[in-house]
Design a protein around this ligand. Structure first.
Ligand code: SAM
Length: 309
């Protein structure tokens, strides 16, 4: 079925007037009713569009792929940030690779223990357009002295900062175009090298329903990059603007295989003792301690696929 050629008229059928519809690899479609096309440009790296949806606030689209809506961004940003930052006992230095819309940084800065956080996105236009249309995700730009926005290739930035970060969050687009190099073992080896001992990385981890191969390969590449298999995991969140709404995140811990494994299915006890977890939960729209405990539970087919890597 996958090799059946798709005719152009079949692709067009899903584009209805008044709708933004994402055609996901000619396999599925995800759409929102829209009221206005607020912005369109072709940056040096990608096409960048913003729509006003009828019911879910504004929608950002890169190269035809939905990145976030006002209504759904919490399921992605809160979970890719608060899981590692609450598993780590005391994250002070954080790097975001990609993340140009500012949503990941907004969540990182809610952790008072964070002293310095860098967002390194290859495309400055994503941040500038987000400042215009998603001010709640970019209020920190030029305002919070702990936060730094750099516009450069994340691969080079990671290479140049060995042994620096407690947490690295790879909030990238799908593995095409400039993000292709963010999903392979050469990059993950650099990430491991940029982490301090006991540090951890989370990655935009695709869909177990639509692209299991990509998700599984990503975990294999994390191991190929030097993370111990017992220190590599995968967890799930809910992001309605991504194909299928169920979205995965990769996780890897920079510690020797025989060292203590922080409990992943609940926040770090130290974070609990300092009240950090309760504070994050109280201010969140999505994250809860129950969500933290449950997110590591995968459907049987995914658990089977991902075990034994
Ligand atoms: N959460 C979104 C998702 O899962 O679809 C991703 C959002 S974020 C806007 C993705 C960012 O990754 C984009 O702004 C893009 O410019 C950036 N990016 C892609 N390749 C990159 C690279 N090599 N270095 C740094 N940033 C990169």
């Amino acid at each position: 079925e996958e090799s059946r050629p798709t005719r152009p008229d079949e692709i067009c059928e899903i584009h209805q007037p008044g709708w933004f519809v994402e055609n996901y690899a000619n396999k599925s479609a995800n759409g929102f009713a829209v009221e206005a096309h607020l912005h369109h440009e072709v940056t040096k790296f990608q096409t960048l569009d913003v729509y006003q949806t009828k019911s879910y606030g504004k929608l950002m689209v890169l190269d035809g792929n939905m990145q976030l809506t006002d209504a759904h961004e919490c399921g992605y940003h809160e979970m890719i940030v608060h899981i590692p930052l609450l598993v780590h006992p005391n994250p002070e230095n954080v790097l975001i690779v990609g993340g140009g819309d500012g949503g990941v940084m907004t969540q990182v800065l809610r952790h008072k223990c964070v002293k310095h956080a860098v967002q390194c996105d290859i495309d400055e236009r994503v941040t500038r357009v987000s400042q215009q249309f998603f001010p709640q995700l970019t209020a920190w730009v030029g305002k919070d002295p702990r936060a730094e926005a750099i516009f450069d290739d994340g691969i080079a930035y990671v290479r140049n900062h060995p042994n620096t970060f407690d947490v690295i969050i790879v909030d990238s687009t799908d593995p095409i175009g400039p993000a292709t190099g963010l999903f392979n073992r050469n990059f993950y080896a650099l990430v491991k090298n940029a982490l301090r001992a006991g540090g951890m990385v989370t990655t935009q981890g695709e869909s177990i329903w639509h692209s299991m191969g990509v998700a599984k390969a990503m975990l294999g590449e994390l191991i190929g990059g030097g993370f111990a298999p017992s220190r590599v995991g995968y967890y799930l969140s809910q992001v309605c603007c991504y194909p299928g709404s169920v979205w995965g995140m990769g996780f890897a811990l920079n510690s020797p295989p025989e060292g203590p494994l922080p409990c992943l299915d609940r926040p770090h006890p130290q974070a609990d003792a300092t009240g950090r977890t309760a504070e994050i939960e109280a201010g969140s729209r999505f994250y809860t301690r129950r969500m933290h405990a449950g997110c590591w539970s995968l459907p049987a087919f995914a658990e089977r696929e991902m075990s034994g890597l």
